[in-house]
Design a protein around this ligand. Structure first.
Ligand SMILES: *[C@@H]1O[C@H](CO)[C@@H](O)[C@H](O)[C@H]1NC(C)=O
Ligand SMILES: *[C@@H]1O[C@H](CO)[C@@H](O)[C@H](O)[C@H]1NC(C)=O
Ligand SMILES: *[C@@H]1O[C@H](CO)[C@@H](O)[C@H](O)[C@H]1NC(C)=O
Ligand SMILES: *[C@@H]1O[C@H](CO)[C@@H](O)[C@H](O)[C@H]1NC(C)=O
Length: 339
C-alpha cells in the first residue's frame, strides 16, 4: 500500500538564531488540500543555515532540493558549502547575500510528489567582539597590561578604545599618554600602571551594519609590600654634628601598607614620638628624628626601623657629637694671609 507523501518543514527556532521566523501565505506552492507550504527564514551573513524538509509516505519518499540558483540536488549530497543530509536537510555554510532566494524541497514516491518552499533572506551581520562584553581586571602598580578586543564581522569593523578619562585611542595611532597604545588587532596595551589608571575602559567596534562594545573595569591597587628604607641620613652610617647644633636624622620608608617609623635610641629605648614637653628630642611626621641642643651624651648608635603588616627593616646611624668648632673656623677663616 502506498500513501501519498506528506511534507513537513519542522524548523526548530534554535537552529536559526537570532532570526525571525514567519509563515507567509503564498499561492505558488499548494498542498493537495490547498494549504500553502512556504516558510521564510532570515539569517545573518556568515552563519550556517539549516533547512529541514521532512517527508512522510510509503514507500519512503525521495527528497531533492532546487536551490536558489536553480541547481537541483538529489538525495544525499555534500558539496564544498552546500550539503543535503540523508534526512533531507539542506545545509548552507557561510551564507552570503548571494544565497538569498527560494529553495524548493520536492518529495516524491511512486504515489505522487509534494513540494515546499523556503524563502531565505540574508542580511549583513552587525559587528561582534570575540572577548567578554564585561570584564573586571585587577592589577598591581607598575605592571604592563594587555586588554584584547578582537573585532569580527563583514564588512570589517574598525576598533577604538575610550579610556577612563574619556580620551579615545585608535590602533597604531599615538596617544596623549605614551604609556597607552592600541595594537592593529585591537589589543590595548597599558604600561607602568598607576592607581590613577583605575576605571572603565571601553572598546568600540563599528561598521556600516552597526556597532558593539566591551567594557573592561580596571582596578590598579598597591600590592602589600614590605618596608624599604629609601632615605637615611646621607645614606651613611656616621653622622657628625657639633654640640648645641640642632641635628636632623632622616629616615623615610616605602611600603604598603604605609610603614610606621620607629627610632631606637643608643640606650635601647624606643622613641615613638609624643615626647615630654621640653624634650630635646622630637619625631617629625616624615620620620625625621630631631635632636635640639645635642650634647656628648646624645652620641651613639641610633636605629631607624620601618614596620608594617608585611615586614620590618632597620638601619643603623652612628651619631658623633664633636666639640664646638665654630670659633676654630672663625680663627681659621680670619687667619691673616698677609703679614
Ligand atoms: C548554485 O549554487 C551551488 C551552491 O552554492 C553551487 O555549487 C552551484 O555551482 C551553483 N550553480 C550555478 C549554476 O551557479
Ligand atoms: C595582538 O597583537 C600583539 C602585538 O602584535 C600581540 O602581542 C598580541 O598577542 C595580539 N593579541 C591578540 C588577542 O591577538
Ligand atoms: C636630613 O634632610 C634634610 C633635608 O632633606 C637635610 O638638610 C639634612 O642635612 C639631612 N640630615 C642628615 C643628618 O642627613
Ligand atoms: C634613654 O635616653 C633618652 C634620651 O636620651 C632618655 O629620655 C631616656 O630616659 C633614657 N632611658 C633610659 C632607660 O635610660
Amino acid at each position: 500500500i502506498s500513501f501519498f507523501p506528506s511534507l513537513f518543514l519542522p524548523i526548530p527556532l534554535s537552529l536559526f538564531l537570532p532570526l525571525s521566523l514567519s509563515f507567509r501565505k503564498h499561492n505558488d506552492y499548494q498542498w493537495q488540500d490547498g494549504q500553502p507550504k512556504v516558510r521564510e527564514i532570515k539569517s545573518h551573513s556568515g552563519k550556517t543555515v539549516e533547512m529541514k524538509c521532512k517527508a512522510e509516505g510509503r514507500p519512503t519518499p525521495l527528497v531533492s532540493w532546487i536551490l536558489a540558483n536553480l541547481t537541483q540536488v538529489r538525495g544525499h549530497y555534500s558539496g564544498p558549502r552546500v550539503s543535503v543530509t540523508p534526512e533531507g536537510t539542506l545545509l548552507i555554510n557561510q551564507v552570503s547575500v548571494y544565497d538569498r532566494g527560494h529553495y524548493k524541497c520536492i518529495a516524491s514516491n511512486p504515489a505522487g510528489a509534494d513540494t515546499a518552499t523556503v524563502r531565505l533572506q540574508v542580511v549583513a551581520a552587525p559587528p561582534g567582539i570575540l572577548e567578554a562584553k564585561r570584564q573586571q581586571v585587577q592589577a598591581g602598580v607598575g605592571q604592563s597590561l594587555w586588554l584584547p578586543c578582537t573585532a569580527q564581522g563583514s564588512p570589517q569593523p574598525t576598533v577604538h578604545w575610550v579610556l577612563y578619562d574619556g580620551t579615545a585611542v585608535r590602533p597604531l595611532k599615538p596617544s596623549v599618554d605614551p604609556r597607552v597604545s592600541v595594537f592593529a588587532n585591537g589589543t590595548l596595551h597599558l604600561t607602568d600602571t598607576a592607581a590613577t589608571d583605575s576605571g572603565k575602559y571601553e572598546c568600540i567596534v563599528t561598521s556600516s551594519t552597526g556597532s558593539e562594545r566591551r567594557v573592561v573595569t580596571l582596578t590598579v591597587e598597591k600590592r602589600d609590600m614590605a618596608p624599604e628604607i629609601v632615605e637615611a641620613s646621607h645614606r651613611r652610617t656616621e653622622v657628625m654634628t657639633r654640640m648645641g647644633k640642632t641635628t636632623v636624622l632622616n629616615c623615610s620608608a616605602d611600603g604598603h601598607p604605609t610603614p610606621e617609623i620607629i627610632w631606637l635610641l643608643p640606650n635601647g629605648t624606643r622613641f615613638t614620638g609624643s615626647p615630654d614637653r621640653g624634650s630635646r628630642q622630637h619625631l617629625g611626621n616624615d620620620g625625621t628624628f630631631v635632636i635640639y641642643n645635642p650634647s656628648k651624651e646624645d652620641a651613639g648608635k641610633y636605629r631607624c626601623a620601618a614596620k608594617n603588616s608585611v615586614g620590618y627593616i632597620e638601619k643603623l646611624i652612628v651619631l658623633e657629637v664633636g666639640q664646638n668648632i665654630v670659633s676654630l673656623s672663625c680663627c681659621c677663616l680670619s687667619s691673616p694671609l698677609v703679614v
